[in-house]
Design a protein around this ligand. Structure first.
Ligand code: ZN
Length: 331
């Protein structure tokens, strides 16, 4: 009798496991993408919305766009690209512009980038990162996991290299690129200057060229395409602080299961891109991450609760500092 009961229990257990699904699995979201492309635009903050960006607009016409995704509390590039790529707060990863310029990062690090997790899940996949600002390749993306890393200090020339890379028949599972020219103009002239806005429009042209190349090569057929900024700029130029111009960032997502015209929920942060990458590729997310899938992003998928216990200090700081952002929204 015991034996029969045991068999029945095993059967019930197996049947219940078989119907257990990840959020979004049933509607073509979890693990439903072959590749993810991320375009990082340094220093562009929320300001895509103030520029004439026909490429951004047509690409994300059926996508989800949030112009007020929150940056890390220290609105500096390393802190933010570190979080976008590693899915933890700046407090956790501890990276600074100096540290990523000086230190090579390898896969034995405590809070690896999404490249490491995708590499573990797909040992033979092509992975690539083309950046203007080389410290990202040097000090954020691990050096010992076979990522094809290239850098070029001119955004236009970098775009040429990226298009040539795809022309050569490469089809990466995960691709990251980074433009830096908007940040340069932001430092010199501030975020209210015509040249700053016009530089975003120039980069919009680069984004359009890359996107069209992906379509031409058939690489967008089952891909998630993301544009993300790290921080914005003060009117006077520069960034470090907590004003809305600095802390509001753009996160734009296009893909077959992305809700058309959605704007994601209020708790969205630019670090959530890390969660989106792993989710789209069906790669297990490590328990330490505080990136989460925003609500109002994927069709039929509720937003996840941010795992506060992972980042208690960051959560408290972010809640307090958000007040400054809200109060400076009119500046
Ligand atoms: Zn800067």
């Amino acid at each position: 009798m015991k034996k029969i009961t045991g068999i029945i229990l095993c059967f019930i257990l197996a049947a219940s496991c078989a119907v257990t699904a990840f959020a979004g699995e049933s509607n073509g979201t979890y693990g439903a993408y072959d590749r993810v492309f991320i375009v990082g635009v340094d220093g562009a903050g929320r300001f895509f919305r103030d520029a004439n960006t026909p490429n951004f607009d047509r690409i994300f016409a059926d996508g989800a766009v949030d112009y007020t995704a929150r940056a890390e509390t220290i609105t500096v590039s390393a802190q933010n690209w570190g979080s976008v790529l590693c899915g933890v707060s700046f407090i956790r990863h501890g990276m600074t512009n100096d540290s990523i310029a000086k230190n090579t990062r390898n896969s034995d690090t405590k809070y690896p980038s999404v490249f490491k997790y995708v590499r573990d899940a797909y040992p033979d996949a092509e992975l690539a990162s083309y950046v203007h600002w080389n410290p990202i390749n040097h000090g954020i993306i691990e050096d010992d996991i076979g990522v094809n890393k290239q850098s070029n200090g001119d955004d236009g020339a970098l775009t040429d290299e990226i298009c040539a890379y795809f022309d050569q028949g490469n089809s990466p599972k995960l691709f990251f690129c980074h433009f830096d020219s908007v940040d340069g103009v932001g430092h010199d002239e501030g975020s209210n200057s015509p040249n700053y806005i016009s530089q975003i429009e120039t980069v919009d042209g680069y984004i359009g060229r890359i996107y069209d190349k992906l379509v031409e090569k058939g690489l967008m057929e089952n891909a998630l395409f993301i544009v993300v900024s790290d921080h914005g700029h003060l009117i006077s130029g520069g960034h470090w602080g907590l004003t809305a111009r600095e802390t509001n960032t753009t996160v734009a997502v296009k893909g077959k299961s992305v809700k058309a015209g959605a704007d994601m929920d209020k708790d969205t942060r630019n670090r959530d891109v890390a969660a989106m990458v792993l989710y789209a590729l069906g790669t297990e997310r490590p328990g330490h991450m505080s990136a989460r899938i925003p609500g109002n992003l994927f069709n039929g998928v509720d937003g996840e609760t941010r795992p506060v216990k992972n980042e208690l200090l960051d959560t408290v700081i972010a809640k307090i500092t958000r007040v400054i952002t809200v109060c400076t929204n009119w500046i």
